[in-house]
Design a protein around this ligand. Structure first.
Ligand SMILES: [Zn+2]
Length: 729
């Protein structure tokens, strides 16, 4: 049970998160998902509060509530959310709907709830059509709760979301798509997870890969977000590929989970994005009709009960009439990403021969069949295309012979398979100028992922990636791709570039944002995207100082609280934000988010005193919330030269493991990840990480953070060694 107090009005909120092994800390039970029972819950709460839970709420006295008896539920779904919520209600197809947030967020909620209700209704219709089984958990309540450590949780009938998704300031299409996707994801869980629950956590993918795949399909087919799978490629798969390269990778299905808590480590890019991609491969392999028949059969057979991998695969075999044993082992039983490429032979501008290749990682041998395509582009047109089934490491692609040689050749352009796409040298060289002109969004997302992978694995010069952002980002038309690059690639890139070239590279990136900002109409989404990139990447103190006061910004962005904080962070990073200005900003934003921004900005100042204060609080202040700990860590590592930051490398390994005594579960993982000294791209950081991993007293969550973060650091070191400063790419 988490309690949070809203600094805006002093009101308190309480919510239960029984997931994953936490239910026994709230009531007497086993944390085993195959033990299901109906629940009767009564609640005694302060006067004036409202109460939500898995069953519909009936108020039985001034401070007393009874929740309707539930369907049989696994223990990890049980929740109660209580507080003086602001709540809006609606109804669809006989299902009462509500959306709630903290009372201080009422205005934002009222403005944004209509869009959320619309997606909720569209998703219900979509899933009812697709699955053939109706939602039957009663009222469908969605609450946006404070200080939540995950994105959302699929409690039957009472979904909780992180309140960071009640947006402040301008709202981009990518943000709307992301939130709509989360809404549709949790709704898909009502069937996959809640009605049919995996028998044990080693089949976590049955929950998460399905919800991940189904939510994107639902958005693409039944909402305005028809480009959902482009966003999937640009953001979610990028996350998954990084996870599959890391030493902590594991097969999609059957990752060992000796107890519920250890299964928490597998809520990663493999169980979500890779699993969803593998489902797309399954559909490419057996056809969509068979897949849908199999899914319906699976739900009907195991309704309000449990099922495992074998149950699911036999449903797919019955539906398709095919033996899927080998396919299942190849795709679900192995870890690692194959490298795929297509090589052309040419005579003038015509293709005279073509070979497709597929290679499993040497250290993780596998024999995965791929069904995918290859497309070529010249001058903004698709000039070449073929479909491939790669069942050997090398095969001819006769369909390509006679087609025009393209300027850009992109294997897996429709993004149907899970593979590291290796682009040829001519395509890589042409990307900065031509990528934005490629007419297929999926192909552009694949190319961005290929560039990212090339940099991570030390084969592609990080300056080519920086140059592609500088020249191509401002002309990119898909807001999801833009946001994915700005939020996932730009912040990490500085660790990969030669240190001396970082400031200039980021000026080039900020200039791309500036160019988009300048040429876009006032109030347009493009202008918002451009302004955000400038605010995040620029070190132009003059410009940022003007923007902080609203000078030079259009009407629509002058009162944008989030943009103002982003500008303030960039000023603090170069020590150009004084106390009086910070005080003024904080006074103007007396909210939970404003409080966190204040913490982050104080830690961002590149002074010894600021870093020391941030670390002291992080390591020793027991009163801080998990969000506040993360804000201190992000600020500390977000600025400053190596001399200033070096002392905190040793202190990480001394002070963070003991945090496990007072921070637990997902929160501990978030804090340990944010506090990791990733900007210290030095052999010493790696050596200390390896020493730490030899210890036997590390909590699982801390160990996993060190494994993953030190792997990123190793990649950055490799890139800096392979592409040292000096010559221009
Ligand atoms: Zn989920």
């Amino acid at each position: 049970m988490h309690r949070a107090v809203d600094p805006a009005d002093g009101e308190a909120y309480v919510y239960g998160m029984s997931f994953l092994d936490a239910a026994p800390s709230i009531f007497a039970c086993f944390d085993q998902p195959d033990l299901k029972a109906p629940y009767d819950v009564t609640v005694h709460a302060p006067q004036g509060w409202t109460v939500f839970g898995n069953g519909a709420t009936e108020q039985t006295g001034p401070q007393d509530f009874r929740l309707a008896t539930t369907k049989p539920l696994a223990t990890y779904f049980v929740t109660v959310c209580a507080g003086p919520w602001a709540t809006l209600r609606d109804e669809h197809d006989g299902i009462p709907l509500s959306i709630s947030a903290r009372a201080s967020q009422r205005d934002l909620l009222e403005a944004q709830a209509p869009q959320m209700f619309e997606v909720t209704k569209q998703s219900f219709d979509h899933y009812h059509r697709l699955f053939g089984v109706r939602y039957d958990f009663g009222d469908y309540d969605q609450l946006f709760v404070p200080e939540f450590n995950a994105g959302a949780m699929e409690n039957p009938g009472c979904v909780v979301h992180s309140d960071s998704m009640i947006f402040r300031g301008g709202i981009s299409r990518a943000q709307l798509l992301g939130r709509s996707n989360t809404i549709a994801h949790e709704m898909a869980h009502m069937w996959f997870g809640d009605m049919v629950t995996m028998t044990w956590w080693d089949d976590l993918w049955l929950n998460e890969s399905f919800a991940e795949y189904m939510s994107h399909r639902c958005l693409a087919e039944s909402t305005e977000f028809t480009e959902a799978f482009v966003d999937f490629g640009a953001s979610r798969k990028a996350w998954g590929y990084r996870a599959d390269r890391a030493p902590s990778t594991h097969p999609v299905a059957g990752a060992p989970a000796p107890d519920a808590h250890s299964a928490l480590q597998n809520f990663d890019g493999i169980s979500y994005a890779k699993g969803a991609s593998v489902l797309r491969q399954l559909i490419a392999h057996i056809g969509d009709d068979a897949f849908v028949v199999g899914v319906r059969d699976h739900i009907e057979r195991h309704l309000y009960a449990n099922a495992g991998l074998a149950d699911f695969m036999s449903a797919m075999e019955r539906a398709s009439g095919r033996d899927l044993t080998a396919w299942q082992q190849a795709w679900l039983g192995t870890a690692g990403t194959d490298v795929v490429a297509v090589h052309l032979e040419r005579d003038g501008d015509r293709v005279t021969g073509a070979t497709g290749t597929r290679h499993a990682p040497v250290e993780r041998p596998a024999d995965r069949p791929h069904t995918f395509d290859v497309a070529g582009y010249s001058g903004g047109d698709r000039v070449l295309q073929a479909d491939l089934t790669a069942e050997r490491d090398e095969q001819q692609v006769p369909e390509l012979v006679g087609q025009r040689v393209p300027e850009l050749l992109i294997p897996n352009a429709a993004d149907l398979t899970w593979a590291e796409v290796r682009l040829d040298d001519a395509t890589l060289a042409a990307l900065p100028e031509q990528l934005a002109g490629v007419p297929d969004g999926s192909a552009r997302a694949v190319a961005w992922c290929a560039l990212d992978a090339g940099v991570m694995t030390g084969r592609v010069d990080p300056r080519l990636l920086a140059g592609t952002i500088a020249r191509s980002w401002g002309r990119e038309s898909d807001d999801g791709i833009r946001a994915g690059v700005a939020m996932r690639i730009v912040p990490r890139l500085r660790a990969f570039l030669p240190a001396a070239e970082v400031p200039d590279a980021y000026r080039g990136i900020a200039a791309a944002g500036r160019e988009l900002f300048d040429r876009s109409a006032d109030g347009s989404p493009d202008q918002l995207a451009g302004a955000r990139l400038v605010a995040g990447a620029s070190d132009d103190v003059q410009l940022l100082g003007r923007w902080l006061t609203g000078d030079g910004l259009p009407e629509s962005l002058r009162d944008d609280t989030e943009l103002r904080w982003a500008v303030a962070r960039s000023l603090a990073r170069v020590d150009a934000l004084d106390d009086a200005t910070l005080q003024r900003l904080s006074d103007a934003d007396r909210t939970m988010q404003g409080e966190l921004e204040g913490i982050r900005i104080r830690a961002l100042r590149p002074t010894a005193e600021a870093k020391e204060q941030a670390w002291e609080s992080l390591a020793h202040d027991a009163d801080l919330s998990n969000y506040q700990l993360v804000a201190h860590a992000e600020g500390l590592w977000g600025s400053g030269d190596p001399e200033l930051l070096r002392p905190y490398v040793a202190r990480y390994f001394a002070d963070v493991p003991p945090l496990a005594e007072r921070v637990t579960g997902m929160a501990l993982g978030r804090v340990a990840t944010a506090a990791f000294p990733w900007p210290m791209v030095e052999q010493d950081t790696l050596d200390r990480s390896r020493e730490a991993l030899a210890r036997t007293d590390l909590a699982d969550d801390v160990r996993r953070s060190i494994v993953d973060q030190s792997f990123l650091l190793e990649c950055a070191l490799r890139a800096r060694t392979a592409f040292p400063g000096g010559d221009t790419p």
